[in-house]
Design a protein around this ligand. Sequence first.
Ligand code: PLP
Length: 374
Amino acid sequence: MKKVYLDNASTTAIRPEVIQEMTKVLIEDYGNPSSTHSLGRTAKNILELSRKSIAKNLNATAQEIIFTSCGTEANNWILRSAVKDLKVKRIITSKIEHHAVLYTALALEKEYGIQVDYVAIKSNGQIDITDLVELLSQEKKTLVSLMHVNNEIGTVLDLERISRICQEHSALFHSDTVQSVGKTTIDLQKLSVDFIVASAHKFHGPKGAGFAFIRKNSGLQPLFFGGEQEKGLRAGTEALHQIAGMAKALELSYSNLETERNHIFELRNYLITQLELEFPAFEINGSVDGFYTVLNVLLPFSADKTAMILFHLDMKGIEVSRGSACQSGSIKPSHVLAEMLSIEDLKKPSLRISFSHFNTKEDIDVLIAALKTI
Ligand code: PLP
């Protein structure tokens, strides 16, 4: 049975060139980057070239890129050190962030007694900027943490505008850019964002590798203590093959951005057209002009179809998600959709369909045909 993988916001298939790069490093370059002998120096060289390449793709300096094990770790580190070391007394975030941010903010509220405020969300899933400005008028050392592209509904935050607002109010700004790095241009010289994070497995790199952009002189302190890796900011022997794979994946994502984006954009439009044709009463959760890699739809099926729809599609070899991956299989509704939909609509089946350049029109046809049999 041919598999139709339409769950690319959960994770992506590794590019063959990335596997090649990682295999080479695993076989030939197994030295520890902290060793002073020749194998170690080669490893160190690969590490720093990877850092340089990632920094170049985002227009940052190499010293501002710190490797981590994943996006979750990078988010946890930044929020925790902002409170512990930068003396942030309040975090402004939103109820539709990824749990890596939401649960960290809640833990910090408990541990440090900081204030956590949530910006209002409009019915289309956009942040209410007027509310953000109002919240920022309180005098308190603040970190704003708002994601760039929402992983469930694909709403896009205007990074430039929000970073300007934060700067005007002397607030630090962290953005979870896990869904957007490698999929849209991010120019860190132009933006005044203080911290962003990324995860390699979201842009056709390996799982277990990510990075944080930490703007120069931020004063952030480490989460882990041990060796002097990453200038003392992230102790632990670097996963060199993962990091080299991540750098290769990002380089390929940006060098192919234009063509791959156009291809995915067309697929998303084709899916919308097919849904309009076959299920005219369907609705888009979020908005039609959301990010090109994600489409979250509320299907005009009765609520009793909700529990079996993913299972039914899975039996036909079609992989999509309900809400976010962490919640598939659980009966809890998505915390993001819960902020936007009525109780009645929440009970009905919503699907998150997320694309990559590996998808084809045929994949969409297979999905539509399967939905017609439900
Ligand atoms: N932030 C967002 C927006 C995500 O979509 C994800 C992954 O689902 C994460 C953070 C967590 O990233 P990782 O899997 O690298 O821990």
